[in-house]
Design a protein around this ligand. Structure first.
Ligand code: PLP
Length: 372
C-alpha cells in the first residue's frame, strides 16, 4: 500500500494496534458490545479523572450531546450563539426547534464577544451557547454574569477543548453543561465519539436516560430519548488512546512553538495570542492573512500550499450564518457580524498534529514565506 506523504491539517491519534488486540479479545470474551458495558463505564471513570470533572456521559459523537444538552435543560425559544464554529453547533439548536441568534465574535480569538450578548437578549431568550473556538477558553466569567442577570442557561460547545484548563481548573466546569467531540480529527479521539459534562448527579441521570431512548429500567420509558450510546469497541479504543494523549499534546505544543517562532516576523500573518494561564491542547493552529500586508489573499495561499501537498483548512469559512438554512435570520447579516466575517475571510488552520516534525514546519513556513 502506498504511504500518503501529504501534510494534512490533522492526523488521527491511533494507539498501537498490537496493544488494542487484547482489548478486543476481552470484549469478545465478555460478549457485551454496547449498552453501558464494562469499557464504557471504565472510560467514563478514566475521563472523569483525567479531565478533573465529576460527571461525564459518553456519546457516539460530539453533535448528539449538544442536542441532548438542550433537551435536558428544556431549552426553547431563542438561544444566543456564534456563527464562527462548525455547523453542528447551530444545527443542534435547529433540531430542537430553537431559533439561533447570532452574536459577533472577538477578533483576538474568534470567541463570542461578551460585550455584544446583552443587546441580543429578548424575552424569548433562554440560553447562551458559546464555543471555545480552537480550544481557547471563552470569557466564562463575563458569560456567567450575563446568564445570572437574565436567568439564562449556558451550554458550552467545548468540542475543541479536551483537557484545556484555565487557572488550574478544567474549563469544562463552566456553565450548566459542556460538550466534547472525540472525532478522529480531534486532539483525543475515539474514532467517532463525544461526551457531555454536567455538574450534578440528577442531571447526569437525566442525560443517561436521554441517550438511551429515555429508558429508566427495563420496562419504563420516562422521556422521548434518542440513541447516543458509545459502544464497547470505541470505549476500549478510547481507554487505550488516553494513555497516548499527553505525549501527543506535548508534540503539538512543540509544533505550535515552532510555528510561533518562525511566523512571527512575516508581515500580514496574524496568530491567536499565546495565553500563559491556559493549559492548552494545541488542537488547531489558525493564522489570519491580511492580504494588503502579506501580498496575496488567504485563498491564494491556501491553493499554493495545496499545490505542494500541504492541506490547511479554512476553519471556519464559510460562516454558519451564511449557509442556506440560516442566512434568512435577522441576526445573520454581515452588518451584525463584521468580525466573524473578517476572520472567516482570512483564516487558514495550518497542519497541526502529533505526527509533524521540525522539517515539516520548516517546509510549510518556507512556502508561506516565499508565497508572496
Ligand atoms: C465546534 C464543534 N462542535 C461540534 C462538533 C461536532 O462533533 P462531531 O463531529 O463529533 O459530531 C464539531 C466537530 O467537528 C466541532 O468542531
Amino acid at each position: 500500500m502506498a504511504v500518503n506523504t501529504d501534510i494534512t491539517v490533522t492526523s488521527p491519534l491511533l494507539p498501537p494496534l498490537d496493544e488494542f488486540i487484547p482489548y478486543l479479545e476481552d470484549i469478545w470474551k465478555r460478549k457485551w458490545i454496547t449498552n453501558n458495558g464494562f469499557y464504557h463505564q471504565e472510560l467514563e471513570k478514566a475521563l472523569s479523572e483525567y479531565l478533573k470533572i465529576p460527571y461525564i456521559s459518553l456519546f457516539t459523537n460530539g453533535t448528539l450531546p449538544l442536542m441532548v444538552a438542550l433537551q435536558a435543560l428544556r431549552i426553547s425559544g431563542e438561544v444566543i450563539t456564534t456563527p464562527y464554529s462548525f455547523v453542528a453547533t447551530t444545527h443542534a439548536l435547529w433540531w430542537n426547534g430553537i431559533k439561533p441568534v447570532f452574536v459577533d465574535v472577538e477578533e483576538k480569538n474568534g470567541n463570542l464577544d461578551t460585550d455584544k450578548i446583552e443587546a441580543a437578549i429578548t424575552p424569548k431568550t433562554t440560553a447562551i451557547m458559546p464555543v471555545h473556538v480552537y480550544g481557547n477558553p471563552c470569557n466564562t466569567e463575563a458569560i456567567q454574569l450575563i446568564a445570572d442577570k437574565y436567568g439564562l442557561k449556558v451550554i458550552y460547545d467545548a468540542a475543541h477543548a479536551f483537557g484545556v484548563e484555565k487557572d488550574g481548573k478544567s474549563i469544562l466546569i463552566a456553565g450548566d453543561i459542556s460538550t466534547l467531540s472525540f472525532h478522529a480529527t480531534k486532539t483525543y479521539n475515539t474514532v467517532e465519539g463525544g461526551a457531555l459534562i454536567c455538574h450534578d448527579k440528577a442531571t447526569k441521570k437525566r442525560i443517561d436516560y436521554l441517550k438511551n431512548f429515555g429508558f429508566a429500567g427495563e420496562t419504563e420509558v420516562v422521556m422521548p430519548g434518542i440513541n447516543g450510546k458509545m459502544d464497547e469497541i470505541r470505549s476500549a479504543y478510547g481507554l487505550l488512546n488516553l494513555k497516548y494523549v499527553d505525549a501527543a499534546i506535548e508534540q503539538r505544543k512543540k509544533i505550535a512553538s515552532l510555528y510561533r517562532q518562525q511566523l512571527q516576523d512575516i508581515p500580514g500573518i496574524k496568530m491567536v495570542d499565546d495565553i500563559s494561564h491556559v493549559k492548552s491542547n494545541y488542537s488547531y493552529f489558525p493564522v489570519f492573512i491580511n492580504k494588503d500586508e502579506y501580498g496575496i489573499s488567504r485563498d491564494e495561499l491556501y491553493e499554493k500550499l495545496k499545490s505542494r501537498n500541504i492541506y490547511g483548512r479554512r476553519y471556519f469559512y464559510p460562516l454558519i450564518s451564511t449557509f442556506s438554512p440560516y442566512r434568512g435570520l435577522d441576526s445573520a447579516t454581515e452588518d451584525n457580524l463584521p468580525i466573524a466575517h473578517k476572520l472567516a475571510d482570512r483564516v487558514i488552520c495550518l497542519p497541526m498534529h502529533h505526527g509533524l516534525n521540525e522539517e515539516d514546519i520548516k517546509l510549510i513556513v518556507s512556502i508561506i514565506n516565499g508565497g508572496r
